[in-house]
Write a protein that binds this ligand. Structure first.
Ligand code: CTP
Length: 406
């Protein structure tokens, strides 16, 4: 048994020289226990014959959007529904642009539009085409939409150039897909995570914010995804690349974040409030830019809504995890927050000390819940995130034994 055993994979092949590697990929996917159906663009059929893939996948190969015979047997909608995963390998720059634009002018692009299954994209192209800002922007956009981008890698290219753009080796693609279906500690659960700072407008050009980088929240989103969860991330403005998640929402202010979180909370099993939400915002932001006419000015602030408390008090309350950033009496304040906001877990870190926290790559946490606590010593945020996700999963499953997938 592998993670791919019994999985339905639609392998989409587009027209590049790396198409020949898709033959080996088909064989590896089938060896790993997956059922494979191949959909090729017309350009791909110029590189490798559909017959090759028919033999290797043991299924008819799909090339036509409007072939009535084939359409009735298994057209784009049936294929889209059949798939547990759509894998485009190799994906040309052209096809990536098409995916981004949402075009549906052939079987494969239409299938990608119609499917609700996750889509993985393994790009392969000339290195200059890969570096082109248009391609980079398209790939970023696909990633933001939750598609998994596999590779490319660096090396010699068929055109004689050397650089980024080679298709990942078929074995590596196969391994990555295996981790996609990993039955981790949060498999089958929906996890909603807030991250980053918020910006509270003073006028159209100025705002109040804080030093949060978003690194901890993004690392938690990655770790939860890795643990098998369907992750929705609501993030304030950060300078980070978006992590691989099911659903990503970008917001600015505490009020925007409140709306976005409350909109999604009823379908979440677990909420992790890692955002550094502003506690106060300007009471009356100016519509016009404020001129520096006065020698002093007074800014009146009002309290923002406490998102964490609202989540914890919501009707279909998820398992609720809050963060605390403290400059003193860390453990006492963390326990007080646990009780005051009726939380399931509080993860507390020092700020203004050497134990990590805001803007740092490392962090250390004191984690408490009713009846227990743990210390996670100073380590990279990725490691801390993986440890915290394991703790959250343990506490969650202890509270919800019926939903325990193991
Ligand atoms: N939080 C929130 N909404 C707010 C403010 C904070 O959801 N308007 C959440 C953060 O996402 C984090 C936790 O509350 O999970 C952080 O609390 P913290 O700011 O440390 O403390 P507060 O509860 O705001 O109280 P105080 O600042 O007085 O310690």
């Amino acid at each position: 048994m592998t993670n791919l055993t019994g999985k339905h994979i639609v392998l989409g092949i587009t027209g590049g020289i790396a198409a020949y590697k898709a033959a080996e990929l088909t064989r590896l996917l089938r060896n790993a226990g997956a059922s494979v159906r191949v959909a090729m663009t017309h350009a791909a059929t110029a590189f490798v014959s559909p017959l090759t893939f028919q033999a290797l996948s043991a299924n008819p190969v799909h090339t036509e959007l409007l072939d009535t015979g084939e359409e009735s047997a298994m057209g784009h909608i049936s294929l889209a529904r059949w798939a547990d995963l759509v894998l485009i390998a190799p994906a040309t720059a052209d096809f990536i642009a098409k995916l981004r634009a949402g075009l549906g002018d052939d079987l494969l692009s239409t299938l990608c539009l119609a499917t609700r299954a996750p889509i993985a994209v393994a790009p392969a192209m000339n290195q200059a085409m890969w570096d082109n800002p248009a391609t980079q922007e398209n790939v970023r956009c696909l990633r933001d939409r939750g598609m998994r981008i596999l590779g490319p890698e660096e090396g010699g290219q068929a055109c004689g150039e050397v650089g980024m753009g080679r298709l990942l080796e078929p074995q590596q693609i196969c391994d990555e897909l295996g981790s996609f279906f990993d039955n981790g500690v949060l498999a089958g659960l929906s996890v909603l995570i807030s991250a980053g700072p918020t910006r509270e407008a003073i006028d159209p050009v100025r705002y109040i914010s804080n030093r949060s980088s978003g690194k901890m929240g993004y690392a938690l989103a990655e770790a939860a995804t890795q643990a098998g969860a369907k992750v929705s991330l609501v993030t304030g403005p950060t300078a980070l690349n978006a992590p691989r998640v099911h659903d990503l929402s970008r917001v600015e202010s505490a009020a925007d974040m409140y709306r976005s979180i409350m909109d999604k909370v009823s379908s979440a099993n677990i909420y992790i409030g890692a955002a550094a939400v502003a506690d106060y915002c300007p009471a009356a932001p100016e519509k016009q830019k404020i001129k520096k006419n006065e020698s002093e000015m007074v800014l009146t602030l009002k309290k923002t809504q406490d998102i964490l408390s609202a989540v914890s008090a919501s009707e279909k309350r998820p398992f609720t995890v809050g963060f605390a950033a403290e400059t003193d009496q860390l453990e006492d304040h963390a326990r007080q927050k646990l009780a005051a906001k009726s939380l399931d877990i509080v993860a507390a870190n020092w700020v203004g000390r050497e134990q990590g926290g805001f803007e740092n790559d490392d962090n250390a946490l004191f984690v408490c819940w009713n009846g227990g606590h743990a210390y996670l010593p100073l380590a990279p945020k990725k490691t801390i995130a993986e440890q915290l996700i394991r703790l959250i999963a343990e506490r969650y499953h202890a509270q919800n034994p019926a939903k325990n997938p193991r």
